[in-house]
Design a protein around this ligand. Structure first.
Ligand SMILES: O=C(O)CCC(=O)C(=O)O
Ligand SMILES: [Fe+2]
Length: 310
Protein backbone atom coordinates (compact mmCIF):
# COMPACT_ATOMS: atom_id res chain seq x y z
CA UNK A 1 0.00 0.00 0.00
CA UNK A 2 1.17 3.49 -0.72
CA UNK A 3 0.82 6.71 1.19
CA UNK A 4 -0.83 8.67 -1.58
CA UNK A 5 -4.42 8.35 -0.33
CA UNK A 6 -5.19 10.89 2.33
CA UNK A 7 -7.92 11.84 4.74
CA UNK A 8 -9.43 13.85 1.89
CA UNK A 9 -9.69 10.77 -0.34
CA UNK A 10 -13.13 11.13 -1.99
CA UNK A 11 -13.68 7.37 -1.74
CA UNK A 12 -13.99 7.67 2.01
CA UNK A 13 -17.28 9.48 1.53
CA UNK A 14 -18.77 6.28 0.09
CA UNK A 15 -17.69 4.20 3.10
CA UNK A 16 -20.17 4.24 5.96
CA UNK A 17 -18.78 4.80 9.49
CA UNK A 18 -19.86 1.24 10.35
CA UNK A 19 -17.90 -0.23 7.45
CA UNK A 20 -14.89 1.94 8.31
CA UNK A 21 -14.92 0.68 11.89
CA UNK A 22 -15.34 -2.89 10.67
CA UNK A 23 -12.38 -2.68 8.26
CA UNK A 24 -10.15 -1.24 11.00
CA UNK A 25 -11.27 -3.87 13.53
CA UNK A 26 -10.56 -6.68 11.05
CA UNK A 27 -7.04 -5.38 10.43
CA UNK A 28 -6.47 -5.05 14.16
CA UNK A 29 -7.71 -8.59 14.78
CA UNK A 30 -5.08 -9.81 12.34
CA UNK A 31 -7.52 -10.82 9.57
CA UNK A 32 -5.53 -10.78 6.31
CA UNK A 33 -6.34 -8.21 3.62
CA UNK A 34 -7.48 -10.88 1.11
CA UNK A 35 -10.00 -12.18 3.66
CA UNK A 36 -11.38 -8.71 4.37
CA UNK A 37 -11.62 -8.12 0.62
CA UNK A 38 -13.42 -11.44 0.12
CA UNK A 39 -15.97 -10.55 2.80
CA UNK A 40 -16.64 -7.22 1.05
CA UNK A 41 -16.98 -8.93 -2.34
CA UNK A 42 -19.42 -11.39 -0.79
CA UNK A 43 -21.76 -8.55 0.16
CA UNK A 44 -21.65 -7.04 -3.31
CA UNK A 45 -18.68 -4.67 -3.47
CA UNK A 46 -16.83 -4.46 -6.78
CA UNK A 47 -13.23 -5.58 -6.38
CA UNK A 48 -11.47 -2.38 -7.50
CA UNK A 49 -13.75 -0.18 -5.41
CA UNK A 50 -13.44 -2.47 -2.37
CA UNK A 51 -9.65 -2.50 -2.59
CA UNK A 52 -9.47 1.26 -2.92
CA UNK A 53 -11.91 1.71 -0.02
CA UNK A 54 -9.89 -0.64 2.21
CA UNK A 55 -6.69 1.18 1.41
CA UNK A 56 -8.26 4.60 1.98
CA UNK A 57 -9.76 3.59 5.34
CA UNK A 58 -6.61 1.95 6.66
CA UNK A 59 -4.33 4.70 5.42
CA UNK A 60 -6.52 7.31 7.05
CA UNK A 61 -6.52 5.27 10.25
CA UNK A 62 -2.72 5.10 10.26
CA UNK A 63 -2.28 8.74 9.38
CA UNK A 64 -4.53 9.67 12.28
CA UNK A 65 -1.80 8.20 14.43
CA UNK A 66 -4.04 5.51 15.88
CA UNK A 67 -1.80 2.61 14.96
CA UNK A 68 1.75 3.46 14.06
CA UNK A 69 3.70 6.58 13.18
CA UNK A 70 5.30 7.20 9.84
CA UNK A 71 6.32 3.61 9.08
CA UNK A 72 3.51 3.15 6.57
CA UNK A 73 5.79 3.86 3.62
CA UNK A 74 8.05 0.88 4.34
CA UNK A 75 5.64 -1.79 5.59
CA UNK A 76 2.08 -2.59 4.57
CA UNK A 77 -0.77 -1.46 6.75
CA UNK A 78 -1.59 -5.08 7.63
CA UNK A 79 1.97 -5.87 8.61
CA UNK A 80 2.23 -2.73 10.70
CA UNK A 81 -0.89 -3.68 12.60
CA UNK A 82 0.30 -7.28 13.00
CA UNK A 83 3.69 -6.25 14.30
CA UNK A 84 2.14 -3.78 16.70
CA UNK A 85 0.05 -6.56 18.20
CA UNK A 86 2.87 -9.09 18.26
CA UNK A 87 1.15 -11.24 15.65
CA UNK A 88 3.23 -13.48 13.40
CA UNK A 89 2.70 -12.65 9.71
CA UNK A 90 -0.08 -14.42 7.82
CA UNK A 91 1.08 -16.93 5.20
CA UNK A 92 -0.61 -18.65 2.25
CA UNK A 93 -2.64 -21.69 3.29
CA UNK A 94 -4.20 -24.60 1.42
CA UNK A 95 -7.91 -24.15 0.69
CA UNK A 96 -10.76 -25.62 -1.32
CA UNK A 97 -12.36 -24.09 -4.43
CA UNK A 98 -15.56 -23.00 -2.70
CA UNK A 99 -15.98 -19.49 -4.13
CA UNK A 100 -19.01 -20.39 -6.25
CA UNK A 101 -20.51 -22.55 -3.50
CA UNK A 102 -20.37 -25.96 -5.20
CA UNK A 103 -22.25 -28.92 -3.73
CA UNK A 104 -19.53 -31.23 -5.01
CA UNK A 105 -15.78 -30.91 -5.48
CA UNK A 106 -13.55 -32.83 -7.85
CA UNK A 107 -10.89 -34.75 -5.92
CA UNK A 108 -9.21 -36.03 -9.10
CA UNK A 109 -10.46 -39.61 -9.12
CA UNK A 110 -13.77 -39.09 -7.30
CA UNK A 111 -16.27 -36.42 -6.35
CA UNK A 112 -16.67 -35.36 -2.73
CA UNK A 113 -19.66 -33.65 -1.21
CA UNK A 114 -19.35 -30.29 0.55
CA UNK A 115 -21.40 -30.41 3.76
CA UNK A 116 -20.37 -27.27 5.64
CA UNK A 117 -17.87 -24.45 5.57
CA UNK A 118 -17.07 -21.51 7.79
CA UNK A 119 -14.55 -18.73 7.51
CA UNK A 120 -13.19 -18.15 11.01
CA UNK A 121 -12.01 -20.60 12.06
CA UNK A 122 -11.58 -21.84 8.50
CA UNK A 123 -13.33 -25.21 8.67
CA UNK A 124 -14.76 -27.26 5.79
CA UNK A 125 -16.60 -30.57 6.20
CA UNK A 126 -16.57 -33.02 3.27
CA UNK A 127 -18.28 -36.34 2.66
CA UNK A 128 -17.01 -39.24 0.58
CA UNK A 129 -13.29 -38.49 0.65
CA UNK A 130 -12.75 -42.24 1.20
CA UNK A 131 -15.02 -45.19 0.40
CA UNK A 132 -15.94 -47.52 3.29
CA UNK A 133 -13.65 -50.15 1.72
CA UNK A 134 -10.72 -47.72 1.66
CA UNK A 135 -11.38 -46.80 5.30
CA UNK A 136 -11.37 -50.45 6.30
CA UNK A 137 -8.17 -51.06 4.31
CA UNK A 138 -6.36 -48.21 6.10
CA UNK A 139 -7.54 -49.47 9.51
CA UNK A 140 -6.34 -53.01 8.68
CA UNK A 141 -2.91 -51.69 7.62
CA UNK A 142 -2.59 -49.48 10.71
CA UNK A 143 -3.99 -51.82 13.38
CA UNK A 144 -0.90 -53.99 13.93
CA UNK A 145 1.30 -50.89 14.21
CA UNK A 146 -0.68 -48.91 16.82
CA UNK A 147 1.20 -47.51 19.84
CA UNK A 148 0.17 -45.15 22.66
CA UNK A 149 0.05 -41.66 21.06
CA UNK A 150 2.81 -39.24 21.92
CA UNK A 151 2.88 -35.47 21.83
CA UNK A 152 5.87 -33.27 21.11
CA UNK A 153 8.01 -32.53 24.16
CA UNK A 154 7.99 -28.76 23.78
CA UNK A 155 10.82 -28.28 26.29
CA UNK A 156 13.28 -30.25 24.21
CA UNK A 157 15.26 -28.57 21.43
CA UNK A 158 15.32 -31.92 19.63
CA UNK A 159 11.51 -31.92 19.65
CA UNK A 160 11.33 -35.45 21.11
CA UNK A 161 7.94 -37.06 21.76
CA UNK A 162 6.40 -37.93 25.14
CA UNK A 163 3.27 -39.58 26.59
CA UNK A 164 0.69 -36.96 27.57
CA UNK A 165 -2.57 -37.36 29.51
CA UNK A 166 -4.27 -34.90 27.14
CA UNK A 167 -3.95 -37.46 24.39
CA UNK A 168 -5.24 -40.88 25.37
CA UNK A 169 -5.43 -42.42 21.90
CA UNK A 170 -3.13 -44.88 20.13
CA UNK A 171 -1.47 -44.00 16.87
CA UNK A 172 0.94 -44.74 14.05
CA UNK A 173 2.38 -42.96 11.01
CA UNK A 174 2.56 -44.15 7.42
CA UNK A 175 5.37 -42.99 5.18
CA UNK A 176 4.10 -40.76 2.36
CA UNK A 177 2.85 -43.06 -0.44
CA UNK A 178 3.61 -46.15 1.63
CA UNK A 179 0.61 -48.11 0.31
CA UNK A 180 -1.66 -47.53 -2.75
CA UNK A 181 -4.70 -46.70 -0.59
CA UNK A 182 -2.65 -44.15 1.40
CA UNK A 183 -1.20 -42.70 -1.81
CA UNK A 184 -4.71 -42.35 -3.31
CA UNK A 185 -5.87 -40.40 -0.24
CA UNK A 186 -2.78 -38.18 -0.40
CA UNK A 187 -3.40 -37.42 -4.10
CA UNK A 188 -7.04 -36.51 -3.39
CA UNK A 189 -6.07 -34.18 -0.55
CA UNK A 190 -3.39 -32.46 -2.68
CA UNK A 191 -5.83 -32.10 -5.59
CA UNK A 192 -8.70 -30.72 -3.49
CA UNK A 193 -6.52 -28.26 -1.64
CA UNK A 194 -4.30 -27.34 -4.60
CA UNK A 195 -1.35 -27.90 -2.28
CA UNK A 196 1.75 -29.94 -3.21
CA UNK A 197 1.59 -33.56 -2.11
CA UNK A 198 5.21 -33.21 -0.93
CA UNK A 199 4.11 -30.59 1.62
CA UNK A 200 2.14 -33.23 3.50
CA UNK A 201 3.52 -35.08 6.51
CA UNK A 202 3.11 -38.86 6.53
CA UNK A 203 -0.49 -39.88 7.27
CA UNK A 204 -1.16 -40.43 10.97
CA UNK A 205 -3.83 -42.93 12.10
CA UNK A 206 -5.34 -42.65 15.59
CA UNK A 207 -7.58 -45.06 17.48
CA UNK A 208 -9.61 -43.94 20.49
CA UNK A 209 -11.28 -46.52 22.74
CA UNK A 210 -14.11 -45.67 25.18
CA UNK A 211 -13.12 -42.66 27.30
CA UNK A 212 -10.17 -41.74 25.09
CA UNK A 213 -9.91 -38.17 23.83
CA UNK A 214 -7.55 -35.53 22.48
CA UNK A 215 -8.02 -32.36 24.52
CA UNK A 216 -8.27 -29.05 22.63
CA UNK A 217 -4.98 -27.96 21.09
CA UNK A 218 -3.50 -26.17 18.09
CA UNK A 219 -1.78 -28.18 15.37
CA UNK A 220 0.79 -25.46 14.53
CA UNK A 221 4.14 -25.37 16.30
CA UNK A 222 4.04 -22.66 18.91
CA UNK A 223 6.58 -19.92 18.13
CA UNK A 224 9.14 -19.47 20.87
CA UNK A 225 9.08 -23.01 22.30
CA UNK A 226 12.48 -24.79 22.44
CA UNK A 227 11.17 -27.63 20.25
CA UNK A 228 9.89 -25.39 17.45
CA UNK A 229 13.03 -24.51 15.40
CA UNK A 230 13.89 -28.19 14.79
CA UNK A 231 10.31 -28.94 13.75
CA UNK A 232 10.23 -25.96 11.36
CA UNK A 233 13.37 -27.16 9.58
CA UNK A 234 11.40 -30.08 8.12
CA UNK A 235 9.13 -27.96 5.88
CA UNK A 236 8.13 -24.81 7.73
CA UNK A 237 4.95 -24.37 9.76
CA UNK A 238 1.91 -26.56 9.65
CA UNK A 239 -0.73 -24.46 7.90
CA UNK A 240 -3.62 -26.90 7.49
CA UNK A 241 -5.04 -30.22 8.71
CA UNK A 242 -7.25 -32.77 6.95
CA UNK A 243 -8.90 -35.22 9.37
CA UNK A 244 -10.58 -38.24 7.80
CA UNK A 245 -12.91 -40.45 9.84
CA UNK A 246 -12.21 -44.11 9.16
CA UNK A 247 -15.19 -45.45 11.11
CA UNK A 248 -18.31 -44.23 12.90
CA UNK A 249 -18.19 -44.40 16.71
CA UNK A 250 -21.49 -45.37 18.36
CA UNK A 251 -21.48 -42.38 20.72
CA UNK A 252 -19.11 -39.46 21.20
CA UNK A 253 -15.78 -38.96 19.47
CA UNK A 254 -16.72 -35.86 17.47
CA UNK A 255 -14.18 -33.19 16.59
CA UNK A 256 -14.74 -29.97 18.52
CA UNK A 257 -13.77 -26.37 17.74
CA UNK A 258 -14.43 -24.71 21.13
CA UNK A 259 -14.04 -21.12 19.83
CA UNK A 260 -16.80 -21.73 17.30
CA UNK A 261 -18.99 -23.88 19.60
CA UNK A 262 -18.80 -26.41 16.81
CA UNK A 263 -18.78 -30.21 17.06
CA UNK A 264 -18.53 -32.36 13.96
CA UNK A 265 -19.83 -35.91 14.32
CA UNK A 266 -17.35 -38.58 13.21
CA UNK A 267 -18.81 -40.51 10.25
CA UNK A 268 -16.90 -43.03 8.17
CA UNK A 269 -15.47 -41.51 4.97
CA UNK A 270 -16.18 -37.91 6.02
CA UNK A 271 -13.38 -35.39 6.40
CA UNK A 272 -12.81 -32.11 8.22
CA UNK A 273 -10.35 -29.62 6.79
CA UNK A 274 -9.14 -26.61 8.75
CA UNK A 275 -6.36 -24.11 8.18
CA UNK A 276 -4.47 -21.52 10.20
CA UNK A 277 -2.63 -18.75 8.37
CA UNK A 278 -0.77 -17.67 11.53
CA UNK A 279 0.62 -19.85 14.32
CA UNK A 280 -1.48 -17.85 16.78
CA UNK A 281 -4.83 -18.21 18.59
CA UNK A 282 -6.33 -15.50 16.29
CA UNK A 283 -6.61 -18.37 13.80
CA UNK A 284 -9.39 -19.70 16.10
CA UNK A 285 -8.14 -23.16 15.10
CA UNK A 286 -8.28 -24.62 18.63
CA UNK A 287 -9.75 -28.11 18.25
CA UNK A 288 -9.86 -31.51 19.90
CA UNK A 289 -11.25 -35.01 19.71
CA UNK A 290 -14.06 -35.29 22.27
CA UNK A 291 -14.18 -38.48 24.38
CA UNK A 292 -15.52 -41.62 22.80
CA UNK A 293 -18.51 -42.74 24.89
CA UNK A 294 -19.36 -46.04 23.18
CA UNK A 295 -17.57 -47.98 20.47
CA UNK A 296 -14.23 -46.84 19.11
CA UNK A 297 -13.01 -44.09 16.82
CA UNK A 298 -10.45 -44.39 14.03
CA UNK A 299 -9.28 -41.19 12.34
CA UNK A 300 -6.50 -40.35 9.87
CA UNK A 301 -4.73 -36.99 10.07
CA UNK A 302 -2.81 -35.32 7.25
CA UNK A 303 -0.88 -32.24 8.35
CA UNK A 304 0.14 -29.81 5.63
CA UNK A 305 3.30 -27.75 5.78
CA UNK A 306 4.27 -24.50 4.08
CA UNK A 307 6.96 -26.26 2.05
CA UNK A 308 8.11 -29.78 1.19
CA UNK A 309 8.11 -31.99 4.30
CA UNK A 310 11.43 -33.78 4.60
O1 LIG B 1 -9.58 -36.96 16.75
C1 LIG B 1 -9.90 -35.84 16.38
O2 LIG B 1 -11.07 -35.58 16.07
C2 LIG B 1 -8.87 -34.76 16.34
C3 LIG B 1 -7.48 -35.25 16.02
C4 LIG B 1 -6.47 -34.15 16.04
O3 LIG B 1 -6.74 -33.06 16.45
C5 LIG B 1 -5.12 -34.34 15.53
O4 LIG B 1 -4.77 -35.47 15.12
O5 LIG B 1 -4.34 -33.37 15.51
FE1 LIG C 1 -5.12 -31.63 16.10
Amino acid sequence: MTKNSSASNPLLASVTPELRAWIVSQAQAGVSAPKVLKAMLDVGWKEDVALAAMEAVLTEHLQAGAAVESKASTVTVGQANDAQQGLPPAVAVPDLALDDLPGWLDAGDRQVRVLMHMRLPRVVVLDGLLTPQECEAIIALARPRMKRSLTINSKSAEGGDEVNDDRTSEGMFFERGEHPVVAALERRIAYLLNWPLENGEGLQVLRYGPGAEYKPHYDYFEPGLPSTPALLRRGGQRVGTMLVYLNTPDNGGGTIFPNANLEIAAQQGMAVFFSYDRPHPVSQSLHGGSPVIKGEKWVATKWLREREFV
